[in-house]
Design a protein around this ligand. Structure first.
Ligand code: FAD
Length: 486
C-alpha cells in the first residue's frame, strides 16, 4: 500500500473544507483534501441546465461588511468574488407585494398583517429584545411561547415562515434568541483586532489589505465601488436604537457570475501545497493511542492532523470505540431539508422586475430570487431565471412535496406557467444542523486528539456560508490554542 504524508488531511471539499484547506495552507501546511463526489463545492456551486446557470439553492451572502467571510477574504484570499448589492426583501401575497419591514417603525405600517397583530408583535419583539439586552438567555425559549394566542392564522404563518427561514424549523422549535440574532436585530461581527487576537498574525503574508489585492485583479472603477460597498460601516447604535432603525439589507450581496464565484475565488487562492482528490470517499478515520493518524479512503493517507467537514453525525461510523456520551450528543443534531425549483422563463415576467428576493408565507412558504436580474448572463438572451426555495417535510414523499411546491408557485404567480422554458429541481440539506431548541451542535474538538470538526454543524451563529466561515475562524482559534497552527 502506498502511503503519503501530509501536514493535514481535510475530509470534504464543500465551502468549509476548502476554507480549511486554504487557511491551513496559508499557515504553511501541506494539505490533502478528499471529496467523495465528482465535483467539489458541496452546497456552494453553480451548474448549467439547458443554457441557464443555476445555483445549488437560492442564496444571499450575509454580513459582508464586517462578518466572518469578509475576515477570511481579507486575510487569506488572493482573488475575491465581486458582490452585487442584494436589493430588498419583499413579501408577496395574492393581492399585495410589499417590502419586508426592517425596523420597528416600518413594521407598524406593514399592512399585510392585521394592525392589532402588528402592535402585539412589535411589543413582543421589544420585550424579547429588552430581556436579552439585560442578559437573559432566550436560547431555550420558543418564539411561539412569546406570542399571545389570539393572533390571526396569517400572522402565525408569517412568524412561522420567518422562523423557518432563520433556523430551518417552525416557530415552536425556534428559539426567540434566533429571531433576534438571525434577523439582524442584534448584529454579530468579527473585527480584525478580534481576529488577530484569536489566530495570531499570518507569518507568510504581511497582512495584505483587501484593497491592494483587489487593485491587482479588478479594474479600478469596479474596485472603488466594491470597496465602498464592503466597507459600508453602520453607525455604532446602542442596542435599542438599533432595533428602531435597523437596516436588514446592509452588507448582503449576491456574487457576480453566480454562487460558484465564491468557490472559484477560493480555488484560485489555493497555493500549490493543497492537493484535492475527488471521487474519494473517506470511510474510516484512523486513531492510534487516542491520537488521529490518518484516514482510509481508496488508500490510506497518513497525517497527524485531520479536519472533518462532512456530517458530524457520521463520525461514529468512521471511528470505533468513541465515548458513548459523545456519540449520544451527536445523535441529537437535527437538520432540515430543502427543495429548490428553478424556472427558466421565455421572457421577463412582470412580477420579477426587481433585485432582491420575495417571500411567500401562506400555507407552504417559499423564498424566491430572480438571479438573472443581478447578472443577465445567467440566463439565455432576454430570458429570465428564478429560484424558489422551500423547506420540506422529510417524512413526506419528495414527489408530493414537489407537487405542492409547484402548486404554491402557480398560486402566487397564476400567469407564470405560460412562460416556463426550463424547470429543474434540487433537494438538499442547507445546513448540517438546524438551530432548533432541542437541536445540538458538535464540538470542534473531538475525543480523538488532533481530529477536528468544522462546518455548519459546529457553530450556531448566522447561517450557511457565513456560518461555515464562523466555524473556520473558530477552528483556527482552537488549532492555535492547541499548538497545531503555527
Ligand atoms: C436551498 C439552500 C439555500 C441556501 N441559502 C443560503 C443563503 O442564502 N446564504 C448562505 O450563506 N447559505 C445558504 N445555504 C447554505 C450553504 O450553501 C451551506 O451551508 C454551505 O455551502 C455548506 O458548506 P459545508 O462545506 O459546510 O457543507 P457541504 O457543502 O455539505 O460540504 C461537505 C462536503 O463534504 C463531502 N463529504 C461528506 N462526507 C464525506 C466523506 N466521508 N468523504 C469525502 N467527502 C465527504 C460532501 O460530498 C460535500 O462536498 C443554502 C443552502 C441551500 C441548500
Amino acid at each position: 500500500m502506498e502511503m503519503k504524508k501530509y501536514d493535514a488531511v481535510v475530509v470534504g471539499a464543500g465551502i468549509s473544507g476548502l476554507l480549511a484547506a486554504l487557511t491551513l495552507s496559508k499557515h504553511g501546511k501541506k494539505v490533502l483534501v478528499l471529496e467523495k463526489n465528482q465535483h467539489i463545492g458541496g452546497n456552494c456551486n453553480s451548474y448549467m441546465v439547458d443554457g441557464y446557470q443555476v445555483d445549488t439553492g437560492v442564496h444571499a451572502i450575509t454580513h459582508l461588511s464586517k462578518g466572518p467571510l469578509k475576515r477570511l477574504m481579507d486575510n487569506y484570499f488572493d482573488f475575491l468574488p465581486v458582490f452585487e448589492d442584494y436589493g430588498h426583501y419583499y413579501i408577496r401575497t395574492e393581492n399585495a407585494f410589499v417590502k419586508v419591514p426592517s425596523n420597528l417603525k416600518d413594521f407598524v405600517t406593514f399592512d399585510i398583517l392585521p394592525r392589532k397583530d402588528r402592535l402585539i408583535l412589535s411589543q413582543t419583539l421589544t420585550k424579547a429584545f429588552t430581556l436579552s439586552s439585560f442578559g437573559i438567555d432566550l436560547s431555550d425559549r420558543a418564539v411561539y411561547d412569546f406570542l399571545p394566542k389570539s393572533l390571526s392564522k396569517d400572522t402565525y404563518d408569517f412568524v412561522d415562515t420567518m422562523s423557518i427561514s432563520l433556523s430551518g424549523k417552525s416557530m415552536k422549535e425556534t428559539s426567540a434568541k434566533r429571531i433576534l440574532y438571525g434577523s439582524n436585530f442584534v448584529r454579530d461581527s468579527i473585527t480584525q483586532e478580534q481576529f488577530d487576537a484569536m489566530i495570531g498574525k499570518l507569518e507568510s503574508k504581511k497582512s495584505q489589505s483587501t484593497e491592494s489585492i483587489l487593485a491587482s485583479i479588478l479594474p479600478y472603477h469596479l474596485h472603488a465601488s466594491l470597496h465602498a460597498r464592503m466597507t459600508k460601516v453602520t453607525q455604532p447604535f446602542t442596542s435599542l436604537e438599533r432595533l428602531a432603525t435597523n437596516d436588514v439589507n446592509n452588507s448582503q450581496g449576491y456574487p457576480r457570475k453566480g454562487l460558484k464565484a465564491i468557490l472559484n475565488a477560493i480555488i484560485y487562492s489555493l497555493p500549490e501545497t493543497v492537493e484535492i482528490k475527488t471521487e474519494c470517499e473517506v470511510k474510516a478515520i484512523l486513531v492510534q493511542d487516542g491520537k488521529v493518524s490518518g484516514v482510509e479512503a481508496d488508500e490510506i493517507y497518513l497525517s497527524g492532523l485531520v479536519i472533518y467537514t462532512g456530517f458530524a453525525t457520521e463520525i461514529p461510523m468512521m471511528i470505533k470505540d468513541l465515548p458513548t456520551e459523545y456519540v449520544k450528543d451527536l445523535k441529537e443534531i437535527v437538520h432540515s431539508k430543502s427543495l429548490t425549483i428553478w424556472l427558466g422563463l421565455e421572457k421577463e415576467f412582470p412580477n420579477f422586475n426587481y433585485t432582491g428576493s420575495e417571500i411567500w408565507f401562506k400555507d407552504f412558504a417559499y423564498w424566491a430570487t430572480p438571479i438573472s436580474n443581478y447578472d443577465p448572463s445567467l440566463a439565455p438572451k432576454d430570458k429570465q431565471l428564478i429560484g424558489f426555495s422551500f423547506v420540506i417535510d422529510e417524512n413526506k414523499s419528495e414527489e408530493q412535496e414537489i407537487k405542492k411546491a409547484y402548486d404554491t408557485i402557480f398560486r402566487a404567480h397564476p400567469e407564470i406557467e405560460k412562460y416556463i422554458d426550463m424547470q429543474h429541481e434540487q433537494t438538499m440539506i442547507p445546513e448540517k444542523a438546524a438551530v432548533a431548541i432541542n437541536g445540538k451542535f458538535a464540538n470542534i474538538r473531538t475525543p480523538v486528539q488532533n481530529l477536528y470538526v468544522a462546518g455548519t454543524d459546529t457553530d450556531k451563529r448566522s447561517m450557511g456560508i457565513t456560518r461555515a466561515s464562523y466555524s473556520i475562524i473558530e477552528l483556527l482559534k482552537i488549532l492555535n490554542e492547541d499548538g497545531n497552527l503555527h
